[in-house]
Ligand binder design. Structure first.
Ligand code: NZQ
Ligand code: ZN
Length: 383
């Protein structure tokens, strides 16, 4: 295992009724002006909006609303939120939603305190924000694990780049399974596959030697697969949705990454595909993973074999096990009703694939260092 320093500042409130029990008193610790941030309106339909307004009112807060945060949040939306925070002297951001709302708020929180353009600052000057408006995350859509880290994936539409910026990390995250029950199954499955992807991309990173992080990771992967299967026949099963919610945080709170250099090549490809097509994150990953893995598994054979044996119950020689593990992953994707091709996701032409490939980051943790041409081939195969 590599050396590491681990810290996670997010206080997690987990379980049904946690916001009802703790949010009002928690809000009282912050200044009076709160930005209530949310997406396209699901929280108005399922009652979460009214509930939040109730807690904010009970805590005596002056509320400014920041709504319409879209899936795959844009840099323009970040700037809109930051402007609002400055104009209204916001003391706290309450981010209510999935990964998109939480990510957008992380960068709003940093940009509001920063005169410099944060995109230029981070990507061109390699300088990172140190001042933030405090933030609390209320999770309504699990999968990304965005509530327990400071990374935020933002799409810069003019530059055609979807990439990770560093912003605020939530002081607290409330994970109440009740808030996810209205999420359509298609998005539940997409989110859960995203969690599985985070685990695989961590597990298949470096070094290859056995370590505790990988043992824990195998348990999380098996749990995600098992609970996704429960939801397939019983979509409203609260226990399974709860387990997936915590697995989502576990996938991205750094615990499983301790002592590892992560892979995340599938994510890098999917993010750039998102920059060009605005596709759904979990679905894009579902298409890319098996095809990418067939391209690279020989370069990480023993690791792929261990993954296949311990997660999918495969046997045989390393080569046989590795291939049967990848086949099991592909079959699972099909079983879950996730797409197996970009066409199935609604991507109708492949014109952008060359640009997507050329603008994809090549990661240091992948067992095979891919070329941009190879990524182009993989994208064509995914089509
Ligand atoms: O916008 P509303 O109306 O709220 O609808 C949303 C949205 O359309 C809906 N939704 C959320 N909660 C709901 C609900 N509908 C009914 N009931 C509820 N309780 O779900 C749709 C998708 O929401 P979104 O937040 O976009 O999904 P997700 O949580 O999968 O987030 C995806 C974003 O997170 C990034 C992705 O790239 C993508 O931009 N990621 C962030 C990561 C991080 N910060 O650590 C890591 C991930 O790898 C990922 O890249
Ligand atoms: Zn992801």
């Amino acid at each position: 295992m590599n050396n590491f320093i681990y810290e996670n500042k997010t206080k997690v409130y987990f379980g049904k009724g946690c916001a009802k029990e703790y949010l009002t008193s928690l809000l009282k610790k912050y200044g009076g002006k709160v930005l209530l941030a949310y997406g396209g309106g699901s929280i108005k339909k399922n009652g979460i909006y009214d509930e939040m307004i109730g807690y904010l009112t009970a805590a005596g807060k002056e509320v400014t609303e920041f709504s319409g945060i879209m899936p795959n949040p844009t840099y323009a939306k970040v700037q809109e939120g930051a402007k609002l925070c400055r104009e209204k002297n916001i003391n706290l951001i309450l981010a209510v939603g999935g990964g998109s709302v939480i990510d957008c708020c992380k960068i709003v929180s940093a940009q509001a305190k920063q005169k410099r353009d944060i995109w230029m600052m981070e990507f061109e000057c390699r300088s990172y924000p140190a001042e933030f408006i405090p933030m609390i995350a209320i999770v309504t859509d699990a999968g990304t694990g965005a509530e327990m880290n400071n990374g935020a994936v933002i799409t810069h539409e003019e530059k055609k780049i979807k990439a990770g910026l560093l912003g605020a990390q939530a002081d607290a995250a409330m994970l109440d399974v009740g808030y996810t029950m209205s999420l359509p199954m298609k998005q539940v499955v997409s989110g859960a596959f995203d969690t599985l992807s985070h685990c695989m991309e961590t597990y298949l990173g470096k070094p290859e030697e056995n370590n505790l992080s990988d043992d824990m990771n195998e348990a999380v992967m098996r749990s995600v697969i098992c609970n996704m299967r429960v939801l397939l026949t019983d979509p409203q099963n609260e226990a399974a949705r709860s387990e997936l919610m915590w697995a989502s945080s576990m996938g991205e709170n750094g615990i499983l990454k301790s002592g590892k250099i992560t892979d995340f090549q599938a994510h890098q490809i999917e993010h750039q595909l998102g920059a060009y097509t605005n596709c759904n994150h979990g679905q894009g990953l579902a298409v890319i993973h098996p095809i990418l893995y067939r391209h690279i598994y020989k370069d990480g054979l023993s690791r792929f074999a261990r993954f296949a044996r311990n997660v999918w119950g495969a046997d045989g020689t390393d080569d046989e096990a590795a291939i049967s593990g990848i086949n099991a992953l592909a079959a699972f994707i099909k079983e879950m009703g996730l797409p197996a091709s970009f066409r199935e996701m609604g991507i109708t032409d492949d014109d952008c694939f060359k640009d997507v490939a050329e603008s994809t980051n090549i990661t240091a943790g992948c067992c095979k260092k891919l070329s941009h041409e190879e990524i182009h081939e993989i994208l064509k195969e995914c089509f």
